[in-house]
Write a protein that binds this ligand. Structure first.
Ligand code: GDP
Ligand code: MN
Length: 382
């Protein structure tokens, strides 16, 4: 689970990492009020679960209430890499004299956490990583001992030669490790770690990604969930026993079994189409599950054709067929649909469908090809 900046900064502060204390708002008038409370200048920052906000125009300085309101109006509703801005963080704007980078993630090859640090922080860190990787220093962290004081100091002195700056930074590094470790994070990052004109060091941006598999150990973090519309859809699907991931293609897929669902997506891609989602209705599918799954597919405006791919094992083809008939009786389907049904109780399933005028194919590749053709023909253009 990714956290937004205002949440990550709060957790940083709780762990003793200096970060400005701003106010999160969701409207331009509230942004104005918040900026007056904080005092000028302020920085108005889009809260979205992606980086690169600065370059996208999602971070603006404001020197007066009018400017703060204007900036908020411009940023709210903005699309940043596919995320719509619904929240803003109003922070005091500080006077920066240098931008640095520190972050902790898991080194998958070495199977241990690693701290990364660079004196070339700021908005171009991706470019630094790609073009001058030698400017990023790595310090592996023993997960049992944690980041040790001398390791942090060694790193910090490579960013700063002045003792005070290096010592302040090494404290932040150790606390960043504690934060990463306490929260079971997979990423904790500060970019920029700013050197301010008063010679103090502060986290001006904050990024935390939590390990979903460890969330049960952090019930408090559940309150930090800020579902976007597609997250909400995925959570809703989960509560009905479906596993659903929204993608941006045109073929809505309903499949039983995660492996078959992946294979179906691969076949669609291989044949030149694009899947609109991953949807696994599970091993034993009741008709109700199929009804919910159908709702998910038809509510996605990108879907141009539906491909249902069922390999009957524990799942019985007649159950799926009954679910489909039930789902279709409740909606006015204006999308072309292709069904591939084979395996347990296949004859019964095909009979149930054909009584409703639905043809089922037995061949997966043929079914995928047909779904792509129908999507192209624009039968489902909405
Ligand atoms: P990102 O682009 O999504 O990583 O957003 P950041 O929070 O890192 O902000 C982008 C840039 O805005 C930073 O690299 C800074 O140059 C600038 N910025 C952010 N906060 C402040 C601030 O308080 N004062 C000043 N002067 N600049 C800031
Ligand atoms: Mn940043």
């Amino acid at each position: 689970m990714k956290l937004e900046e205002f949440q990550a900064k709060k957790l940083f502060r709780e762990h003793g990492i200096p970060a400005p204390e701003g106010i999160m708002v969701t409207s331009a008038p509230d942004a104005r009020d918040a900026s007056e409370k904080i005092g000028f200048p302020v920085v108005v920052k889009a809260q979205v679960k992606t980086g690169g906000r600065g370059k996208a125009g999602g971070v603006r300085l404001a020197g007066s209430p009018d400017e703060a309101q204007e900036a908020a109006e411009a940023i709210l509703g903005m699309d940043i890499k596919g995320y719509t801005v619904e929240r803003l963080l109003i922070d005091p704007a500080l006077r920066i004299s240098g931008e640095y980078y520190i972050g902790i993630t898991v080194d998958r090859k070495r199977k241990i956490p690693v701290m990364m640090a660079s004196a070339s922080g700021g908005m171009d860190i991706e470019k630094v990583a790609a073009e001058t990787p030698e400017r990023i220093i790595f310090q592996p962290i023993d997960p049992h001992r944690g980041l040790r004081g001398f390791e942090a100091k060694k790193l910090a002195f490579r960013l700063f030669s002045k003792k005070k700056r290096a010592m302040d930074t090494s404290f932040i590094m150790v606390r960043l490790w504690q934060c990463f470790n306490d929260l079971d994070a997979t990423l904790a990052e500060i970019n920029p770690l700013a050197l301010l004109e008063d010679d103090s060091i502060m986290a001006l941006d904050a990024k935390i990604v939590l390990d979903d598999n460890a969330l049960y150990r952090h019930p408090r973090m559940e309150d930090m969930r800020l579902p976007t519309p597609s997250d909400q859809k995925e959570l809703g699907a989960k509560s009905h026993g479906l596993s659903y991931v929204q993608l941006d293609g045109e073929i809505g897929c309903m499949v039983n079994g995660a492996g078959l669902a992946m294979a179906t997506m691969d076949v669609i891609k291989h044949l030149g189409g694009t899947p609109a989602n991953f949807l696994d209705i599970g091993g034993s599918s009741s008709p109700e599950k199929v009804v919910h799954a159908m709702d998910l597919l038809v509510s996605d405006p990108n879907v141009r054709a539906i491909l249902i791919n069922v390999f009957g094992g524990i799942t019985r083809c007649d159950d799926v067929a009954n679910g489909l008939v039930q789902a279709l009786s409740g909606i006015d389907l204006d999308l072309p649909m292709v069904v591939r049904l084979t395996g347990t109780n296949e004859e019964e399933g095909i009979r149930i469908l054909s009584e409703r005028g639905i043809n089922a194919l037995k061949d997966m590749t043929g079914a995928a090809r047909e779904a792509i053709r129908l999507a192209r023909e624009g039968g489902g253009a909405r």
